[in-house]
Ligand binder design. Structure first.
Ligand code: KG4
Ligand code: ZN
Length: 339
């Protein structure tokens, strides 16, 4: 075990600039996020070039802010870690370049962190309610959807994953179809609260399979065809949002319960942006209670992208003695089970 106290985490994989500082005994001492959502909203999705440019203007002021809040200077850091992938190439390079350069100039260890590993471990940032290894994790974000057995830090077995669209992507595309602005997931969930699905139900692809893979692109296409054929009203828009959300939640809950059964485990962790979804959380709580299992959800702030999960994962990895060389390379594609 290495003696590591302060670790700064940098997250720039997509459209959030996140800077956090984690301390071995005090926990999270700084956590700042700058969201680019308003920048990308007029385009209906993330524009990679704009994302990279915006990270490069936000990152240094956010680092200053994080250090001031923690009442330390750069010299106090025992490690600087950054998200090295998966994500957008240009956006990742901003965090990697700043992290490695600061590390080099301060002679401080640096480490590239896997974005999905950080999501999987984000629930551990909770001081009160955290799971113990091993557990099953359902990771549902804008770019990824998977179920994994998490046996320890760095020991991940993929049990199932999406064969096409990620859940968050399906939420965002369906939201766009219904005329909602980016990011669509939270907006669609809000609209669904006004909907009624007494006479409307959408298909649940791959619901009854023995494997744990997912598929959401057919559902998205089905919704889009249905929406194009009906007379569109505000009430029907809300009904479609609700029926879509119900179909997705049903699939995620069914597969998660199957994963618990298959592994013989009784703890489920949910992570990633879509894990903030209230219907998903409420349905899982109820369903897991019935099968004598426990659900662990990160706080809403830690569901979506943030620097805290990167700082914390980096802290654990540096403690294990993991370091890497000073190359500034990122991995826009990076399989989790290659760790
Ligand atoms: O984990 P995340 O912040 O970024 C990625 O790593 O992709 O996830 C972002 C995704 C977006 O697709 C967003 O629409 C979705 O999470 N999301 C939600 C909710 N909050 C965020 N989807 C459904 N319901 C929500 N409440
Ligand atoms: Zn993410």
């Amino acid at each position: 075990m290495q003696n590591i106290n302060y670790v700064m985490g940098i997250e720039t994989s997509c459209d959030e600039t996140g800077i956090a500082i984690y301390h071995a005994r005090e926990g999270l001492v700084s956590d700042f996020i700058y969201s680019q959502a308003p920048l990308h909203s007029p385009y209906g999705g993330v524009v990679p070039e704009l994302a990279a440019r915006d990270h490069s203007t936000r990152i240094m002021p956010l680092i200053q802010q994080a250090l001031m809040h923690a009442k330390i200077t750069l010299k106090a850091l025992d490690g600087i870690v950054y998200c090295a992938g998966p994500g957008l190439n240009g956006a990742l390079l901003v965090g990697a370049t700043v992290g490695r350069t600061l590390g080099w100039s301060l002679a401080c260890p640096t480490l590239g962190i896997h974005h999905l590993e950080a999501h999987l471990l984000s629930v551990m940032l909770d001081q009160v309610q955290k799971p113990t290894f091993p557990f099953v994790a359902l990771l549902v974000s804008g770019g990824h959807t998977l179920l994994a057995r998490v046996s320890d830090v760095g020991d991940y077995e993929i049990l199932g994953e999406t064969l096409d669209d990620a859940v968050g992507e399906a939420f965002d595309k369906t939201a766009k179809l219904l005329g909602l602005s980016y990011p669509g997931g939270p907006a669609l969930a809000k609209l669904a609260l006004q909907g009624s699905t007494d006479t409307l139900s959408f298909p649940r692809p791959l619901y009854n399979t023995t494997h744990l893979n997912f598929s959401f692109s057919g559902l998205k296409t089905h919704v889009s065809r249905y929406w194009a054929t009906i007379q569109q009203t505000n009430q029907r828009r809300a009904n479609v949002a609700k029926a879509f959300e119900e179909a997705v939640v049903d699939i995620l809950v069914e597969k998660s319960v199957r994963a618990l059964k298959m592994t013989g485990l009784n703890q489920l962790v949910i992570a990633g942006g879509v894990s903030a979804n209230q219907l998903l959380q409420a349905t899982l709580y109820k369903k897991l209670e019935a099968v004598h299992s426990t659900l662990y959800c990160p706080k809403p702030r830690f569901c979506t992208d943030n620097g805290a999960m990167i700082a914390y994962t980096g802290f654990l990895r540096l403690q294990q003695g993991k370091t890497d060389n000073l190359d500034i390379t990122v991995k826009p594609r990076w399989p989790l089970d290659s760790l």
